[in-house]
Design a protein around this ligand. Sequence first.
Ligand SMILES: *Cc1c(COP(=O)(O)O)cnc(C)c1O
Length: 231
Amino acid sequence: MSIKENISEIMVNIPDDVTLIAVSKTKSVEQITEAYHCGIRDFGENKVQELIEKIDVLPKDIRWHLIGHLQRNKVKYIVGKVELIHSLDSVRLLQEIENQYKKNECVVNALIQINIGNEDSKTGVDYEELEELLKACQGCESVKIKGLMAIIPICTEEECKIYFHKMKTIFDSISSRNLPNIEMKYLSMGMTDDYKIAIQEGSNMVRVGTGIFGERYKIINAGGVEKCVQR
Ligand SMILES: *Cc1c(COP(=O)(O)O)cnc(C)c1O
């Protein structure tokens, strides 16, 4: 299946009010360009270095989403370049984003990432940290909170539903509190294997990589390829 065919097939499953982000990490400029020519304007990357290299050479009307863990020392490189940071996961990171954007008289939209599966290996805040982070966000001028993001554990369809449902509940509950500087507009959840379930459970922003561009591989040694599970 070509990128074009993949996109057409996915578009059928995505209502107009849901944003499709094509996750292009590890994929080439040519592949991204192909998706761009199919009308895709939202692309997701998880590494700052790779992101800025691609921004430099690809069309200026692309909306770039930073979906991977953001290290504080990398924040300065993305100022003014991304549409949405999906991975706000600590007060310390928030402060660095606020400082860097303020210094450059820029504003950025961000989503709070929730570690909904309580996994040690995953980034994102737990319930306690969420309250602390929400509090800190209310005092920011250069970071605008626009919703929540989650990467759920690998699980069965039934379990997926439960995680997505939990996210929607948190999303609605924050929304009803009408906190200053915190708007619950985007709920970013759902990837290739589960985006349809995520949409059913209230997601309005899905991040699809493999389903559009095919599997991600990395070459590990001469002649050998390994499926790149990390990325
Ligand atoms: C890689 C990645 C995706 C896309 O995963 P696929 O299973 O290839 O669709 C979505 N979200 C995040 C945060 C990712 O790192």
